[in-house]
Design a protein around this ligand. Structure first.
Ligand code: AHM
Ligand code: MG
Length: 350
């Protein structure tokens, strides 16, 4: 029989869990009420607001005019822009515009960062973000995400070229993503473990779901667009042949990095987007896609690599630099790297 009156301790725990909102959690993580802790907590609260606005629009997208489909424009990456990309990009700008918190926003959808000069004397942070990751999924009502990273503004960005952002991902203060799935989840790290929150629509709050998520050291999933098989270097084909010939692997690929990454974070395995003949550096962008997820995966005990180098050590030469990405469980990332290294050795011998 179900106990309708749980023990006091259980009840306390449940209530406590319901009350662990994102902003409270950030402050607890930083163990302080310092100015920086307050800033980061406020930034995370704003990011959560952006997530709620985007989730609300996505949930009604099929019922509203002018939400789905393409705008007809092409972005700085040469990709067709979707209406939801534009909307979500604007949402992040508008929630931060008058916040006094960040003085620069850099996104996949904008060639140059968006500056908020009135925040600059006090706003010491830059927000990097991909407003809608996996936007090809929007029109068919499958999961998409938003990815973000917070960096300290370092030095002056006098020419507006954001040269100070061309640094390794180890300088990120915090990173995370929002997954718009059956429920809306926010996953973040501030350098002290990885934590997930579920949006409770009745409260309008992100409530703590899982604290200190650890990625398994090995997992069954490999997640890659195998349609590119013949465009990859031989080493990636070696890996795919290996998983085809060994038991215990299963393929999952959803077309949205965030969805695929989220599965691997919880269940283990590896996600890959290697370079192709046409795009030797792959498709994914370093500063607002690969680096934030690399920060998270390391915090969860996993790894992220270009094939030859840790993603977090990779220094980009431009804002929208792309990078091959291999991310997930420690052992599975190492397995892919072993094929890459083997082919490099072979080439060196020839
Ligand atoms: P986007 O941010 O413009 O949507 O592009 C990134 C997406 C990732 O979410 C996903 O992993 C990848 O592109 C899918 O690319 P492909 O269709 O080539 O497999
Ligand atoms: Mg993306």
């Amino acid at each position: 029989m179900v106990d309708a009156y749980p023990q006091l301790t259980d009840r306390d725990t449940l209530l406590d869990r319901d009350c662990t909102t994102l902003s409270r959690h950030v402050l607890e993580q930083l163990h302080s009420f310092s100015a920086e802790a307050q800033d980061l907590s406020a930034i995370m609260t704003r990011i959560a607001l952006a997530g709620k606005l985007i989730a609300r629009r996505l949930s009604r997208a099929g019922l509203m005019e002018g939400v789905l489909g393409f705008t007809g424009d092409t972005n700085v990456q040469g990709e067709s822009v979707k209406r939801m990309d534009v909307y979500a990009n604007e949402v992040f700008i508008s929630v931060f515009k008058q916040s006094g918190l960040v003085c620069r926003l850099a996104s996949e959808e904008m060639e140059q960062p968006y500056y908020i000069p009135e925040n600059c004397p006090i706003g010491r942070y830059t927000l990097l973000y991909d407003p809608i990751d996996g936007s090809s999924n929007v029109d068919i009502n499958i999961n998409v995400g938003s990815i973000f990273a917070i960096r300290q503004q370092e030095g002056e960005d006098t020419d507006g070229q954001a040269q100070d952002l061309l640094q390794s991902g180890r300088n990120q203060l915090a990173a995370g993503y929002i997954l718009y799935g059956p429920s809306t989840m926010l996953v973040y790290s501030i350098g002290n473990g990885v934590h997930s929150f579920v949006l409770d629509p009745s409260l309008g709050e992100f409530i703590l779901a899982d604290e200190n998520i650890r990625i398994p050291e090995h997992g069954p999933i490999y997640s890659v667009n195998e349609g590119n098989f013949w465009q990859w270097e031989e080493s990636y084909r070696d890996f795919i042949r290996y998983v085809h010939r060994h038991e215990g692997y299963t393929a999952r690929y959803g077309g949205a990095l965030i969805g695929d990454f989220h599965r691997i974070l919880y269940q283990g395995g590896v996600f890959l987007y290697p370079g192709t003949g046409k795009q030797p550096d792959g498709k994914l962008r370093l500063l607002y896609e690969a680096s934030p997820l690399a920060f998270l995966v390391e915090q969860a005990g996993g790894r992220a690599s270009t094939g030859t180098q840790d993603i977090l050590d990779f220094v980009p030469d431009r804002l929208h630099a792309r990078v091959p990405l291999i991310i997930g469980s420690k052992n599975d990332v190492a397995l892919v790297e072993s094929f890459v290294k083997e082919r490099i050795r072979e080439k060196a011998v020839l």
